[in-house]
Design a protein around this ligand. Structure first.
Ligand code: ACM
Length: 467
């Protein structure tokens, strides 16, 4: 009986001229893949015809592979670029098949955050990360450039921010100053732009501000914060963010806003007067006041505000502002942000933080003593509902315990690859088992570009770099 059905199926295929579909090693997986068993002539890989189709969605593409030529349709340059990424993956297989791939992203914000304050990795490593982001169609590089351990972006108006604020890192408070000059940043930005990646700089305020306070002790707010009651502070911040707005061409500036200790604020110079003048009743209200003022400064530069979820109830107008939901123990914040009208990016620390280990056997990592493990599968299968105010998702890596580039790569890859598929691929096409099969090919690619990734295959595990 079974044999009979098989014969009928084969006859049917023969009759109507359809050949069975073949699998494709593409990550992130496209919206629809229809490849047949006709083999593409790889000598014709350069024969690509580009067609502009204004009706297509932003970043979407259609890739037609005929025996001796390729046609790429898209509305914009990003769609064309993503078609080329897909093509490069297909071409790396021994045999490339003909057919049609239609594709568009699920989310407009497909991000990765790198903390270079705790440890500084430098231009070459950032370019490597941008290359890999592009391969997997990630399009937002969130760059954490200031924190307690160091200030990493040159500000022409205040050279001491890097000269003095750039000294030290998480493992050595006296390490020589490390930072990016504006010329280096422009070089990185151009490289990112060629890969359709927007770079979003973050200057974290009013907490995580020790490096800033080292340069401006007059603005010390105690416990690693600035003094929100000092009017001069806002003038300095205005100058800094204005310079950043001119330097970074993207639409967004990230103002941080997370984990602010207000324990010392009551006694700060000017605080009594500020409470009276603004009719503020508590230090929580003062924090909100600061966040509103800083948001206004950003809006005045013409950019959009991005901030951590700590800022969600500060009373700023949510129009055009983006909140990153990071506190997994406050799950209602996502719905609250959506309801208020913010654009929301989903990145709860469980499981989207990559400074947590991915393997229970690993020894170094955030909260490893509590056996906190952020496995790749959890990232891949994390449920995100469809809602127009949820604009995307990203993984974040804090680098207190990441000193070397080997460890950085080990923590990033391949979890970032899983995250990229989560961010791009429509949920109906997500399948972890199938993803792991396609990942086999990507291990080969990561080997070819010398990435020290964590290998999920039991028999191929690598040493965990301890620093
Ligand atoms: C954060 O992890 N403090 C945003």
């Amino acid at each position: 009986m079974k044999l009979k059905s098989l014969l009928v199926a084969i006859m049917l295929f023969a009759l109507i001229g359809i050949t069975p579909c073949v699998a494709a090693n593409i990550i992130p997986y496209p919206q629809s893949v229809e490849l047949n068993e006709v083999v593409f002539n790889k000598a014709k890989l350069h024969k690509v015809k580009y067609v502009k189709d204004k009706k297509m969605a932003p970043e979407a593409y259609e890739l037609q592979i005929k025996k001796n030529k390729i046609i790429i349709k898209s509305a914009d340059a990003a769609g064309r670029f993503y078609a080329e990424q897909t093509l490069a993956q297909l071409a790396s297989d021994d045999v490339m098949y003909c057919g049609v791939i239609k594709d568009e992203p699920r989310f407009q914000w497909r991000g990765l955050m790198l903390d270079e304050s705790r440890h500084f990795f430098g231009k070459e490593q950032v370019l490597t990360i941008l290359d890999l982001m592009a391969r997997y169609k990630l399009n937002r590089f969130h760059w954490h450039l200031s924190d307690d351990q160091g200030w990493r972006v040159e500000i022409k108006a205040y050279p001491n921010l890097t000269k003095i604020g750039g000294i030290g890192c998480n493992t050595d408070s006296k390490a020589p100053a490390k930072f990016y000059t504006q010329d280096e940043i422009r070089e990185i930005l151009a490289y990112a732009a060629e890969r359709h990646i927007m770079v979003i700089p973050e200057i974290d305020m009013p907490g995580h501000a020790s490096a800033f306070v080292k340069v401006f002790p007059e603005f010390d707010g105690k416990n690693r914060t600035v003094n929100p009651a000092n009017e001069e502070l806002y003038k300095v911040l205005e100058t800094i963010y204005k310079e950043l707005a001119d330097l970074f061409p993207g639409n967004y500036l990230h103002i941080g806003g997370d984990e602010v200790s207000k324990r010392g604020w009551n006694d700060l110079a000017g605080m009594k007067e500020l409470l009276e003048k603004e009719n503020l009743k508590s230090m929580n209200e003062v924090e909100k006041y600061f966040n509103r003022r800083l948001s206004d400064i950003i809006v005045a530069t013409g950019k959009r505000v991005v901030a951590w979820d700590d800022l969600i109830d500060c009373g700023t107008n949510p129009e055009g502002k983006t909140i990153m939901w990071w506190q997994c123990d406050k799950p209602l914040l996502l719905a609250e942000g959506v309801e208020k009208g913010f654009d929301m990016v989903v990145c709860p620390n469980d499981p989207f933080y990559l400074d947590y280990v991915q393997d229970i056997k690993d020894k170094v990592g955030h909260l490893v003593h509590r056996q906190w493990v952020n496995e790749m599968k959890e990232i891949y299968e994390y449920p995100i509902i469809d809602n127009p105010k949820i604009i995307g998702t990203q993984t974040n890596i804090w680098t207190e315990k990441v000193v070397t580039t080997d460890r950085l790569e080990y923590m990033l890859f391949p979890r970032v690859v899983a995250q990229a598929e989560k961010a791009w691929t429509k949920s109906k096409n997500l399948n972890y088992k199938n993803f792991l099969e396609r990942l086999e090919n990507e291990y080969k690619y990561l080997d070819s570009v010398n990435i020290y990734y964590y290998d999920f295959r039991e028999d191929k595990r690598r040493e965990e770099p301890q620093r």
